[in-house]
Design a protein around this ligand. Structure first.
Ligand code: IPD
Ligand code: CA
Length: 275
């Protein structure tokens, strides 16, 4: 397996070092400073929650980006929006998998993507409960970072849809969930099995690591997928994204041997349409 010093990898894109550092440091903050009693606020529905820790994590990340790159744009899930003039935009989920975090389930992460002139160039996902992070740099591969070392990662060699382990996720509104379950109902008999980690960014990293063959979801947001798409594409997966007015954004990612078959079946089931 190809490996190199973490700092050498992070030298391959101007903004990669800071992207990794803020994702890593926010992740360690969330893990080590998690209060026993979390302050929980509702967002779109009573089950769509945000904690004081999501907001503190976003403040930490955004503060450091603004001081290093004051001319860059920012889009953060918890409301940090800033238009820039440099052409670079940072897209941030300061805590993805908030419900897992709330329940003490370790599958949560911090996601930091950098777009330059609208193209995803850098993606970093930190998963602090597993002491690792993931870096994708356009044209330079996908990497798992542990300590000072980066190891190159590629997805698995898949054997077609019938053998595929597929992850998906559900939105927060009951209507959306029911329409997503109807799609799942049309898929589940045609694949090996389904996984629901409760964290889109974990789904991306597990696809890049070869722990999944595919991941799809409708209704996710740029902060859920900006970093993840760079990582899975650099790990060898194919991806498809579409935004349908009223239905939100759908992402389908899979290893090449099953991509076409999965996408065709999902489109026939109307994966990208619904409340
Ligand atoms: C959610 C998680 C979940 C996915 C939802 C996301 P959040 O993000 O990634 O797995 O199914 O669509 O909204 O709310 O925990 O940041
Ligand atoms: Ca979040």
């Amino acid at each position: 397996m190809e490996s190199l010093p973490r700092d050498v990898l992070l030298g391959r894109h101007e903004r990669a070092r800071l992207a990794w550092a803020v994702a890593h440091d926010a992740g360690v903050f969330l893990r080590d400073e998690r209060p026993d009693d979390l302050d929980v606020f509702s967002k779109s529905t009573p089950t769509d929650v945000v904690t004081a820790m999501d907001r503190a994590s976003e403040d930490l990340i955004v503060g450091r980006i603004v001081s290093a790159y004051p001319d860059d744009g920012i889009l953060g899930e918890e409301g940090s929006t800033r238009s820039g003039t440099s052409g670079a935009t940072w897209i941030i989920d300061p805590l993805d998998g908030t419900v897992n975090y709330l329940f003490g389930i370790p599958t949560w992460g911090v996601s930091v993507g950098v777009h330059v002139d609208g193209v995803g160039e850098v993606g970093v996902i930190a998963t602090p409960e597993f002491d690792e992070s993931f870096v994708g740099i356009r044209g330079h591969g996908a990497w798992r970072v542990r300590g000072e070392t980066a190891e190159r990662i590629t997805g698995r060699t898949s054997n077609g849809l019938g053998q595929a382990l597929v992850a998906t996720g559900f939105g927060y509104s009951p209507e959306r969930r029911l329409s997503q379950v109807a799609v799942l109902d049309g898929l589940i008999a045609h694949v090996r099995d389904i996984r629901r980690t409760g964290c889109a960014t974990i789904d991306f990293t597990w696809l890049a690591l070869g722990r999944l063959d595919a991941y799809y979801e409708r209704g996710i947001h740029p902060w859920d997928y900006a970093a993840g798409l760079v990582i899975v594409e650099e790990a060898g997966a194919r991806t498809w994204t579409t935004t349908t007015p009223g239905s939100g954004t759908t992402v389908v990612c899979a290893m090449p041997s099953l991509f076409e078959g999965l996408l065709e079946r999902l489109l026939a089931l109307g994966v990208h349409q619904g409340p």
